[in-house]
Design a binder for this molecule. Structure first.
Ligand SMILES: [Fe+2]
Length: 231
């Protein structure tokens, strides 16, 4: 059973909505089910990696986010003493890290598919060509930016709602793209070692090369359409 963290009321994150739900009713975030089997992305990502990544790593972000939100809700109910303000401030990096981890991984599962790969079509193809010159150029830029991340982080293709242009971004840790840069995330590549080390050891470029074979361009296209509608 992959869902249901201890809670009386549970609500899953819906990555396309960008919403985490409200905390007012003590809602708990839950681990979203994968839209495919753990072995479905083989040979590009092994079942062992997918199972560990989803059941252990993502679940931990969900658990820690729920715990931090609970502590925040408690602190917000207390007096306005300096000690209590300090407690609230102390929770901010914890919320960013675990909230980012939950958002980022929820998107990651959605934008991969055993039937993915190839090239995008329609409007997504049009805007990629417009903003990068060609699909291959975008692929090269995102690959290079993601390979170059020092330590753990994510490479992103994002939509800038102000300029209405696509942009590449590379962020450390679990920094969530939209609150950090203003870009709406369309496609992301997790380059924490937990995402590839069991299969690719330290050869991050090979893992990123493999990822392009399983990109769910239909899901990325849908995210672009939603981003345009929301901006
Ligand atoms: Fe991860």
């Amino acid at each position: 059973m992959l869902s249901a963290v201890s809670a009386t009321v549970a609500k899953s994150i819906l990555p396309k909505s960008g919403a985490l739900g409200t905390v007012a009713a003590r809602l708990k975030h839950t681990l979203p089910d994968l839209p495919y089997d753990y072995n479905a992305l083989e040979p590009y990502i092994s079942a062992d990696i997918m199972k560990l990544h989803h059941q252990k790593h993502h679940q931990t972000y969900v658990n820690n986010l729920n715990a931090a939100e609970e502590q925040l809700a408690e602190a917000m109910q207390k007096d306005m003493s300096v000690d209590n303000i300090n407690q609230i401030i102390k929770l901010q990096p914890v919320l960013k890290f675990n909230g980012g981890g939950h958002i980022n991984h929820s998107i990651f599962w959605e934008v991969l598919s055993p039937n993915g790969g190839g090239e995008p079509s329609g409007d997504l193809k049009h805007v990629i060509t417009r903003d990068f010159g060609s699909f291959d150029r975008m692929k090269e830029e995102l690959t290079n930016a993601t390979v170059a991340i020092q330590g753990s982080g994510w490479g992103w293709l994002g939509y800038n709602p102000t300029s209405c242009r696509l942009r590449i971004a590379a962020l450390p840790n679990q920094d969530p793209l939209q609150p950090t840069t203003g870009l709406i995330p369309l496609f992301g590549i997790d380059v924490w070692e937990h995402a590839y080390y069991l299969q690719y050891k330290n050869v991050r470029p090979d893992y990123i090369k493999a990822i392009w074979n399983i990109v769910n361009w239909n899901a990325v296209s849908k995210r672009l359409a939603d981003a345009k509608q929301a901006s």
